[in-house]
Design a protein. Structure first.
Length: 255
């Protein structure tokens, strides 16, 4: 029983330590990790497992090598940022698998990349005809990047001579899981007083009953109540005639 408790304690310590190490190593999408990042992650996982399991080994015998690997990865990352040649050595270079509609089978053989893999990734990008592809690059991460031929690309407002309209209408969450996000509320030019009046107009007594509420700079509100929150009985509705339990957006006036 004592050994079991020691394993639990070591597991918790290692979990917290690995969380710190991962944050130290920086953010990177799983699909974008380099070969070196993958090797470091596997070795760190093995060291952590041995450290937790071997009760005779002092805990710092595992923590030290993990920290060393993390610092090595950070140094490699900085070196890759400074040197393009070193970055190509560590991360690799993209390879052209399709060039102007023609499949480069020799390049595919070099990467042991079969035709089924190629067609699968093309279908994921809604491409069924290889002749539509101008270039297809196999990235170092293993993903396929595709550039369609000009005549196959969708029209843009610029192609039609229409000036694009860019508006800052990105909705921001102002209530999440019953908690008011004051920072986002200020970014939309509103305050908590406005928020509570808006909720009362929809028959909602408190923000804690709201699962999600978003608001953009044009005043469009999206509201979704928690499942356990009781909706006001019909026909009780907001002052504007909208259903307070409906997720249908309502546009507010400026201000």
């Amino acid at each position: 029983m004592e050994d079991f408790l020691r394993i639990l304690v070591r597991s918790l310590i290692m979990y917290a330590y690995l969380m710190f190490i991962i944050r130290l190593m920086g953010k990177r999408e799983i699909g974008q990790v380099s070969l070196f990042d993958l090797v470091v992650s596997i070795v760190i996982a093995e060291i952590a497992a041995f450290t937790i399991d071997d009760l005779e080994m002092p805990l710092y015998h595992g923590l030290g090598p993990i920290l060393l690997l993390a610092l090595t990865q950070i140094v490699i990352s900085y070196a890759s940022m400074k040197s393009r040649r070193f970055r190509a050595f560590v991360d690799g270079k993209p390879s052209i698998l399709i060039e102007r509609g023609k499949i480069r089978d020799c390049e595919m053989r070099a990467h042991r990349y079969n035709i089924d893999d190629l067609f699968m990734q093309l279908r994921e990008k809604d491409i069924l005809d290889v002749s539509e592809v101008e270039f297809a690059y196999l990235e170092p991460s293993g993903k396929l990047s595709v550039v369609k031929k000009p005549e196959r690309q969708p029209l843009t407002p610029e192609d039609l001579g229409i000036p694009p309209k860019v508006k800052d209408v990105h909705p921001l969450p102002v209530i999440m899981d019953g908690e008011v996000i004051t920072e986002n509320l200020k970014r939309t030019g509103k305050d908590e007083r406005w928020l509570r009046e808006e909720l009362r107009a929809r028959g909602i007594a408190r923000p804690e009953d709201v699962f999600l509420m978003t608001l953009d700079r044009e005043g469009t509100v999206y509201l979704d109540l928690k499942d356990e929150a009781e909706c006001p009985p019909a026909p009780s509705s907001g002052s504007d005639g909208s259903d307070p339990c409906s997720s249908t957006p309502r546009r507010e006036g400026g201000g």
